[in-house]
Write a protein that binds this ligand. Structure first.
Ligand code: ATP
Ligand code: MG
Length: 662
């Protein structure tokens, strides 16, 4: 029955889901059905006859978007498949492709390389060595998250305009300490040169994907054509959008102002990436006629979990008092475990998870173990394995970060975009083929001079005349391999051609037998991921599609939703999810709050959106739970003595069941 699904909503949710036109803002706490409003609203719009391809819904991860699509499909059928559902980055990549732009996405590694090159261009080889690229990348990213370019940065530095965000201040201080104060004078030129280099390589970094889309849409003739492209814009987790993402939302909804934004300021956890939860207030100011809907009933958690969450967030900056209530009953109080060390912590968590599964009718997938940093996952993996409990880790596959995998991908990138200099430099050097740094530079300079893209010149066997014999032979072999990658190829086949053509087995054999095995395993995993992509990829996007998917994959995207496994992940990766039992581990000073935020005192500055962020992270973790919460901290990590997190001290004791452990 069409519309029957609306009966699954309470009156406030229903009002939001069936809001007819114009902007609507839903502000509500965790588990109150915000995401449910989005899915039901999309289904309702489809039922009202809105064409699916003119609805865009953005959420935080690709996985969350897939989950949303699945729910909409259950409610509204196959039209769900044509709705634009994805992350900001996916939506922008898709729009730019549609506009005919061809580009490569530069990841953090490529950004670092490009910044290093830009530093050399601006400072010369000697002085550039004094500056680490990482903080420069940080400054650039912080500027871009606010939509600021090199000229704006120059103005910030010269005229003392307000600095853009928490990440910027931290990165700049690091620079000041490492490179000396006068370095700031060259920051803007380095930023400018970095942009030039990206342009030359036909590359966009993550922030550029969003900025370029916004720029393109703002461009008048295009805007006219695109103004009615989307009839409805819906945004989940709105508290975590940054300035550029907010601009995109407004551009997409420029004509109709049919914008649905749902969020919770208490769950803002991305200030370190330039988000600012005060965007909720900005939305209200920009759309004074917006409809505001508050949701108060929580459908997820028991009352004792809500009370615990409330005790943690009560004094948080920006928190406005509200009381979530639930019909789920009082439930069981949270348990607090003080343990000796991470080994004991993992052992107890695994034992308790096994007990929940064995004695209380939980399934492994009802349990999640959360920690602050990915490096904390190991002991839990080992302990769960010993208890025979299957588990999955919410983490971007680590093999994508491995050198040999990036080497192989560099060939694919170069084949997809012959202007990608960073890819050329990486690929031509692995395996060694006699093309040293000087020959590489000569080749690139020559290519620039004759106006050829380096990838095309190499593939065509064109080299600068004066090149040495060995370098010329090496480049010729390299070009021959590139020719083999031309044309539309299944990704798995392209990977095979590179691994065999460049003889990676021989190259990796030089690293010794143990290393050899693990590095070949990484390549095997890459081949498997490629084959899996080929099997799934109906549109034949091939290599370019695979590269884009790999680049945009985040920690939270990697989860097999159907699997019967305990989930392990960081607090950040758990956003939006729910589980019957939640283990919040490593609740120690230095981990939560994390030491990085303790060092950066400006995070606590009165007007910084980052203030209180670690506390909110704790709140997000607790509110994932439906039935059980376990809080654990260690007395020692390695040889270091640990203090329990300050957030634990503030919880009234009647909300906690303190359990002595061995
Ligand atoms: P978070 O802030 O953590 O993202 P949320 O506000 O998005 O939470 P949802 O995930 O949409 O909340 O909903 C939480 C749970 O409550 C889900 O299991 C959802 O199916 C259920 N739920 C929400 N609204 C209702 C309702 N009206 N009737 C029954 N169950 C509901
Ligand atoms: Mg949600």
């Amino acid at each position: 029955m069409v519309g029957g699904f609306l009966q699954q909503l309470n009156p406030q949710q229903l009002a939001a889901a069936t809001h007819s036109a114009g902007p609507v803002l839903v502000v509500a706490g965790p588990g109150s059905g915000k995401t449910r409003v989005i899915t039901h609203r999309v289904a309702w719009l489809l039922g009202e006859g809105v064409p699916p391809e003119r609805i865009i819904g953005v959420t935080f991860t690709k996985r969350a978007a897939e989950e949303m699509r699945r729910r909409v499909r259950d409610l509204a059928g196959s039209a769900a498949d044509r709705v634009w559902l994805g992350t900001f980055h996916h939506a922008c990549a898709r729009l730019l492709h549609e506009s005919g732009r061809r580009f490569t996405i530069y990841d953090r590694d490529d950004q670092t390389r490009t910044v290093r090159a830009a530093l050399q261009d601006v400072l010369g080889p000697e002085r550039s060595r004094l500056v680490r690229p990482a903080p420069v990348v940080g400054v650039i990213a912080a500027c871009k998250a606010q939509g600021l370019g090199p000229d704006d940065l120059a103005a910030v530095l010269e005229q003392g305009l307000p600095e853009p965000g928490a990440g910027y201040a931290a990165a700049r201080r690091r620079l000041r300490e490492e490179a000396g104060f006068e370095f700031e004078a060259v920051l803007a030129p380095v930023f400018a040169r970095y942009q030039e280099r990206l342009g030359e390589a036909g590359a966009l970094d993550f922030d550029d994907l969003l900025l370029e889309t916004a720029r393109w849409l703002r461009d008048l003739p295009v805007a006219r054509a695109y103004a009615d492209r989307f009839l409805h814009v819906l945004v989940d987790e709105f508290q975590d959008v940054n300035a550029v993402q907010y601009d995109l939302v407004r551009l997409w909804g420029a004509l109709t102002t049919n914008i649905t934004a749902v969020g919770d300021p208490d769950q803002a956890i991305y200030a370190w990436r330039g988000a600012d939860w005060r965007v909720l207030g900005r939305f209200e100011a920009d759309f004074p006629h917006r409809r505001l809907i508050l949701l108060e009933q929580n459908y997820r958690s028991t009352q004792s979990i809500l009370d615990l969450a409330d005790a943690v967030i009560r004094d948080s900056p920006g928190h406005y008092p509200r009381r979530l209530w639930t019909e789920r009953g009082e439930g069981v109080p949270a348990q607090l475990w003080a343990v000796a060390d991470p080994g004991a912590e993992a052992r107890l968590v695994a034992e308790e998870a096994a007990r929940l599964v064995g004695e209380e009718g939980f399934s492994p997938r009802d349990c999640v173990v959360l920690y602050r940093t990915n490096a904390q996952s190991r002991p839990f993996e080992a302990a769960l394995f010993r208890h025979g409990l299957p588990y999955c880790v919410l983490r971007r596959p680590p093999f994508f970060e491995r050198a040999e995998v990036k080497d192989v991908l560099a060939y694919l990138r170069l084949a997809a975009n012959p202007r990608d200099e960073a890819a050329l430099l990486r690929a031509v050097a692995v395996p060694r083929r006699g093309v040293g740094a000087r020959s590489q530079a000569a080749f690139l300079a020559w290519a620039r001079q004759v106006g050829a893209s380096p990838g095309e010149a190499a593939a065509a066997g064109r080299f600068p005349p004066g090149l040495g014999g060995r370098a010329a032979t090496g480049l010729a072999a390299f070009g021959a391999l590139l020719r083999e990658l031309a044309g539309p190829l299944p990704v798995a086949e392209a990977v095979r051609r590179v691994v065999e053509g460049a003889d990676f087995p021989a190259y990796l054999a030089a690293s010794g037998p143990a290393e050899y095995q693990s590095r070949m395993d990484n390549l095997a995993q890459l081949a498997a991921a490629a084959a899996e992509f080929d099997a799934r990829d109906a549109q034949g996007a091939l290599v370019a599609g695979f590269l884009e998917e790999a680049a945009l994959l985040s920690d939270a995207d990697v989860r097999d939703l159907g699997s019967e496994a305990v989930t392990l992940g960081t607090f950040h990766a758990a956003k939006g999810l729910e589980f019957r039992a939640v283990f919040l581990t490593g609740l120690e000073e230095g981990y939560l709050p994390h030491r990085r935020s303790l060092e950066e005192e400006e995070w606590e500055e009165a007007d910084s959106p980052a203030r209180g962020e670690e506390r909110r992270l704790f709140f997000v973790g607790i509110t994932r739970a439906k039935d059980r919460v376990y809080l654990t901290y260690c007395a020692y990590r390695g040889f270091e003595e640990r203090e329990p997190s300050r957030y634990l001290e503030q919880i009234p004791s009647h909300l906690l069941d303190r359990c002595a452990t061995e």
